[in-house]
Design a protein. Structure first.
Length: 317
């Protein structure tokens, strides 16, 4: 092994850095800075020919750039300018002399920043480079707008991902609550009467593959509850009358599942029913408890009646 390493490729320039580099090239100048602070968070800055500390000190120079209209400002010798002559970058290193600034003005006429080209020697400014500087400033504005849109899209994507995660967590919580409370949802599409219902609940009773349509569900309902449920469903479709009933499903010869079914119709602007949807709850234990309570009361009444003839009163005085 040798200590030599392959030369590293320079990192690709960001779009704003490319614009600053092109502006410096058009003017054959050693320095260019593009900055945008107003209306952009965080502020954007790209520079060519300046160290990071000098780029940080640069912004006060742009206070001389006009705030509207988009016309460029040219200073042939900053050392003789009444304002710029006092700037540390003019008085000291890098001893800026030539200064050409094109403001970044958005569609509302607001100056968001500037594209500036600088040189350490006094020079004149031709018309063509100034027009190119304005064109590059407009290109920079378009790039900044794209940057903002990308940030907004990234933020929206993050919010969407977070919202989806919350919805999944809520759905999981609802499924758990549904299993614990034995509550599920159902929907019957019209006119085909295709049935969709909570798979977790359906699986727990072995009904997920057994019941696919409303008619298949009705076939399991014992009479006279089946006819009553059919009438309630028809009234909901025709008149929008809500469904609220209790029915037994004969799952097996010795197995009955009692359900409370509630629902309502979803209708189009012409009042035509598109589907009927609602919820169901397993009330088998409640029904069994009610039956046991009735049986206990009946037994008590029988016992009370049977013993009433043997009651007597003994008064010793």
């Amino acid at each position: 092994m040798t200590d030599s390493a392959a030369p590293r490729k320079p990192a690709p320039l960001e779009p704003l850095e490319q614009i600053a580099l092109l502006a410096a090239h058009v003017f054959d100048a050693p320095m260019a800075v593009l900055h945008c602070a107003d209306g952009v968070t965080p502020p954007l800055r790209a520079s060519v020919g300046l160290s990071a500390p000098d780029a940080e000190r640069f912004q006060p120079l742009c206070a001389h750039c006009p705030e509207g209209g988009g016309a460029p400002t040219v200073v042939l010798n900053a050392a003789q300018h009444p304002v710029l002559a006092r700037h540390p970058m003019v008085q000291g290193a890098p001893h800026i002399r030539f200064y050409a600034c094109a403001p970044l003005v958005d569609a509302q006429g607001r100056a968001m920043g500037a594209l500036v080209v600088m040189d350490t020697r006094e020079r004149s400014a031709d018309t063509d480079p100034l027009q190119a500087l304005q064109a590059l400033a407009r290109l920079a504005l378009a790039q900044i707008a794209l940057h903002q849109q990308q940030r907004q899209l990234a933020s929206l994507a993050l919010e969407r991902k977070s919202a989806r995660r919350r919805l999944l967590e809520q759905a999981k919580t609802l499924r758990v609550a549904g299993r614990l409370a034995k509550v599920g949802g159902w929907s019957v599409a019209l006119p085909g009467q295709q049935l969709q219902w909570s798979q977790d609940i359906a699986n727990s009773y072995g009904l997920a593959h057994r019941i696919q349509t409303a008619q298949q569900a009705l076939d399991l309902v014992k009479e006279p509850y089946r006819s009553a449920l059919q009438q309630a469903f028809a009234a909901c479709v025709q008149n929008g009358q809500p469904v609220d009933t209790e029915v037994p499903l004969q799952l097996a010869p010795d197995s009955v599942l009692w359900l409370r079914i509630v629902g309502q119709s979803v209708r189009d602007p012409h009042n035509r029913a598109l589907r009927v949807q609602g919820a169901f709850q397993d009330i088998t234990q409640q029904r069994q408890a009610d039956a046991a309570l009735r049986l206990s009361e009946e037994r008590f009444q029988l016992i009370a009646q049977a013993t009433s003839d043997t009651l007597w009163d003994w008064d010793v005085r």
